[in-house]
Design a protein around this ligand. Structure first.
Ligand code: ADP
Ligand code: MG
Length: 364
């Protein structure tokens, strides 16, 4: 149960995680770590496996393979794939929100936050009707729960609407209420599945503010499509494509990683080179300017690197999954990098602009 000081720097360690649904490998041999006190973002196109990773962490799915270790601040560690899912919030102190908002819309905001503290109140009531008779232990726990609920309503800038039904709130406020509700369970790791989806810029800014505040006390694992949110508030970004990790690092390094640009921004095959040039990365441009591939004849289109109409991607233990043509843009970039010898002296017909390409929308 105890953890060494070095592993305790990481609140979450995911090692060789795989999740299969019949023949589909939704996650293949994924490893990454989330540092305590940071916001770690998990990004990637739709279907990349992000929500499946959350479902494995929070016990909704039992992974096919791999280990997920949660290191609590007190030094205790939990193997999440072995814990019954109802014990993950209580013992490992992991809370989550869902991609689709799940509030009790007919209850008030305050009631929603009190329901989240149901376990604590049940314990204080001795699992009997002591609460009804006003026993002091229950009264104390009840007052503490209300204080905690008010504290998070204030943080989420919702205290003025504490007595309104949750269903009456605008969308952005409902998202913040969900996060406040998760925080009322006292998590050490908060997992948020696309909290900025559908928010307008003002709501998105309010969300960023709330998450930066939460980060002071709780580590965050964030699935997000909105790159402005990811770039502004993340400390560390892990990028998935087809269930495999294609990049892992600081927001800046991930932002200029050609594999991420090709995969995450969902560009068409013929656009891949253009996007890589726009990034202005010296190495990338060098790779692009290596001339035509003798085996495929003249041409500069990246499409010849996309491989056959169907492609197979290796996964752990020699398993393979068939994906559609050119599915992995990251693999195209890797293929390009390995395709031909470099010609450093003759390169640089393309001029780097130094600008970052504008997002063209995730693959839908
Ligand atoms: N319960 C399930 N049964 C079968 N396939 C699933 C299930 N959950 C997810 N998948 C598949 O796993 C892949 C990854 O899905 P998901 O994790 O939801 O992606 P993301 O959140 O990155 O958009 C998809 O191909 C999806 O259809
Ligand atoms: Mg998802």
């Amino acid at each position: 149960m105890s953890a060494s000081p070095s592993t305790n720097d990481f609140i979450l360690q995911v090692e060789h995680l795989s999740m299969k649904f019949g023949g589909l490998i939704a996650i293949g041999d994924l490893s990454f770590q989330a540092r305590r006190g940071e916001i770690t973002a998990l990004i990637g196109p739709n279907g990349a496996g992000k929500t499946t990773v959350f479902n494995c962490i929070t016990g909704f799915y039992k992974p096919s393979e791999g280990m997920i270790t949660l290191n609590r601040i007190d030094g205790s560690s939990y193997l999440l794939e072995r814990l019954p899912n109802h014990e993950i919030p209580a013992r490992a102190k992991v809370a989550r929100t869902f991609q689709n908002i799940r509030l009790f819309s007919g209850m008030t905001l305050l009631e929603n936050l009190l329901v989240a503290q149901h376990n604590k109140l049940m314990k204080a009531s001795g699992y009997t009707m002591l609460g009804l008779f006003g026993f002091s232990s229950y009264r104390k726990a009840s007052a503490e729960s209300i204080d905690l609920a008010k504290h998070w309503l204030e943080k989420a800038n919702l205290v003025d609407r504490a007595d309104d039904p949750a269903g009456d709130l605008p969308y952005g406020a409902q998202r913040r209420l969900e996060i406040a509700r998760a925080m009322c369970t006292g998590p050490e790791l908060l997992c948020l599945d696309e909290p900025a989806a559908g928010l307008n810029p003002k709501e998105s800014a309010a969300l960023n503010e709330l998450l930066m505040d939460i980060k002071n006390s709780t580590s965050i694992l964030l699935i997000e499509h909105d790159m402005s949110v990811v770039m502004q508030i993340s400390d560390h970004v892990v990028v998935l494509e087809y269930g495999r990790k294609i990049s892992d690092g600081s927001p800046q390094s991930v932002r200029t990683d050609p594999r991420v640009i090709a995969a995450y921004l969902g560009v068409d095959d013929e656009e891949v080179e253009t996007v890589l040039i726009e990034v202005g990365d010296e190495d990338v441009i060098e790779q692009l300017d290596t001339g035509p591939d003798a085996a495929h004849g003249p041409g500069t289109s990246s499409s010849f690197l996309a491989g056959p109409v169907t492609d197979t991607i290796g996964h752990s233990e020699g398993e393979r999954v068939t994906v559609s043509k050119g599915a992995s843009k990251a693999e195209q970039v890797d293929a390009k990098a390995n395709a031909a010898p470099r010609k450093p002296a003759e390169r640089a017909t393309a001029k780097p602009t130094g600008s970052t390409p504008k997002p063209r929308g995730g693959r839908k």
